[in-house]
Ligand binder design. Structure first.
Ligand code: FES
Length: 117
């Protein structure tokens, strides 16, 4: 495994704008987001489980008004920030694609598998 720097911890504030980044995922470049919720950071491919388009119409704006859920700006699917499970909307029961990350040394890191691991 290797760690790749995504951003500083400071760049991802509690229930605030997501930090957007790109990564190579299953052979193609994808957009992803990091959010902070309950003091922990979570990362997902930035793609709704309903239709494969980005969640945020306004860049990084993925929390709903209550700041309790992630919400898709297109048709309103809402997700548990902790596990990406869709709790309501057109794709209830499906999930965002979660990424493995860690936070240490005041930064957030993507954990990547080596290609031949
Ligand atoms: S594209 Fe996200 S709810 Fe339809």
């Amino acid at each position: 495994m290797v760690e790749r720097l995504i951003c500083t911890s400071e760049a991802v504030q509690e229930r605030s704008l997501a930090y957007r980044f790109k990564l190579e995922y299953h052979g193609r470049e994808r957009n992803a987001i990091v959010i902070r919720y309950g003091g922990h950071v979570y990362a997902y491919i930035n793609e709704c489980a309903h239709v494969p388009i980005e969640l945020d119409y306004n860049l990084g704006d993925v929390f709903d008004l209550s700041r309790e859920f992630l919400i898709c700006s297109t048709h309103g699917a809402y997700y548990n920030p902790r596990n990406g499970l869709c709790l309501g909307g057109p794709c209830t029961g499906r999930r965002l694609q979660a990424l493995t990350i860690s936070e240490h040394d005041e930064a957030i890191w993507l954990i990547e598998e080596m290609k031949n691991e």
